[in-house]
Design a protein around this ligand. Structure first.
Ligand code: MRU
Length: 350
């Protein structure tokens, strides 16, 4: 990739500031775990897998810089660090998956009586492993998913499930990248994705940088394009997938899925196994983040909703599994019924 979404440095965690793209390509460094938490909350970094990597690096940073004088104090600091990072965004399960992985390692080495410096080194290594594994898993998703896409045609995507939303390469956009690398002639339509405009700003930016044919449409155009036969498949990412295959993803995904079913267009979801929450029986239990009303009332700092009028701003919706043609994971492609196929992939997948 010609840019790095997130990077560990000795000074702190460097991230591309996704709030400023595409106008400015800036890479600020977040110097402590509180700053990393603020960056996740403010969506400097966003996208389920990328949030997980950022949280893991934030934990490593917090432990490395802790002023604890003994193990008991370090354990207290560790709880504060992990609680702070866990409180940033509630829907993307990769965040909690990454935090749990760091917690398990911390418990294991702290019980062995290791010193703070050794613990911190191991945690940094683990965070870097999470980052590397995410890119590898994206590539596997791409390999499994690309065969589902036509040799030529137009693919609609919603939000940004690309390199910017992961450690690199992407899930939904990873499938598109892999298909293009395989010689398929694809054009991408990117929903602009109100209100944060991940499609217009981020998907368009990273595909354009990669010379992949991309055009932006506003969210309300998808139905009309489908009706005219101008869309051959839809592919999106996910923030959390329940055991029955219901998928939480960026607000606006559900209406696209309904439209796709109506027009008999395949609707694919691409996500690593770290996005699966098999303890959750169905999507009705998935917590949906409600974000700052200013994201809806304002565009580019200018108020577009009359002062005094309030708005709703749920950041995600849930697409029931009946609308999903297949779920492309890093362990293989799950077909309906998902309650069985996801379990099979969990137990027998690569
Ligand atoms: O609010 P965001 O931008 O973090 O939402 C991101 C999405 O909904 C993505 O589709 C999802 O996290 C998958 S990213 C590979």
């Amino acid at each position: 990739m010609s840019f790095k979404t997130i990077e560990w440095t000795d000074e702190g965690v460097r991230m591309i500031d996704q709030r400023k793209l595409p106008a400015v390509e800036e890479y600020p460094v977040f110097k402590n775990y509180e700053e990393v938490a603020t960056a996740i909350r403010a969506m400097v970094i966003r996208g389920a897998p990328a949030i997980g990597v950022a949280a893991a690096m934030g934990i490593a940073l917090g432990v490395r810089d802790s002023k604890a004088k003994n193990l008991a104090e370090l354990q207290g600091d560790f709880k504060l660090i992990t609680d702070t990072l866990a409180s940033t965004r509630p829907t993307a399960v990769n965040l909690f998956w990454a935090i749990d992985r760091m917690k398990r390692l911390f418990r294991e080495i702290a019980t062995d009586g290791a010193e703070q410096r050794t613990i911190a080194e191991r945690l940094i290594k683990e965070a870097l492993a999470i980052q590397t594994e995410d890119i590898e898993s994206n590539k596997r998703i791409g390999k499994f998913g690309q065969s589902l896409l036509p040799d030529s045609g137009t693919i609609l995507t919603h939000c940004n499930a690309g390199a910017l939303a992961t450690a690199g390469y992407g899930t939904a956009l990873g499938v598109i990248r892999a298909a293009v690398e395989n010689g398929k002639r694809l054009r991408v339509l990117a929903d602009e994705t109100r209100p944060f405009l991940q499609g217009a700003r981020l998907t368009a930016w990273e595909l354009w940088k990669d010379s992949i044919d991309v055009r932006v449409i506003s969210d309300n155009m998808a139905g009309s394009f489908m009706r005219q036969g101008l869309i051959d498949a839809v592919i999106v990412g996910a923030d959390r997938i329940a055991a029955n295959g219901d998928v939480a993803n960026k607000i606006g995904t559900y209406p696209v899925a309904v439209l796709a079913k109506q027009h008999e267009i395949p609707f694919y979801v691409a996500a690593p196994f770290s996005t699966l929450d098999l303890k959750m029986p169905d999507g009705s239990h998935i917590p949906i983040e409600e974000r700052d009303p200013a994201e809806v009332t304002h565009i580019g700092g200018v108020r577009i909703v009359p002062d005094g009028v309030s708005v709703f701003n749920p950041a995600f919706d849930v697409t029931p599994h009946q609308f999903i043609t297949a779920i492309i994971t890093d362990r293989g492609v799950a077909q309906p019924p998902y309650a069985q196929s996801l379990m099979t992939l969990r137990n027998e997948g690569i």
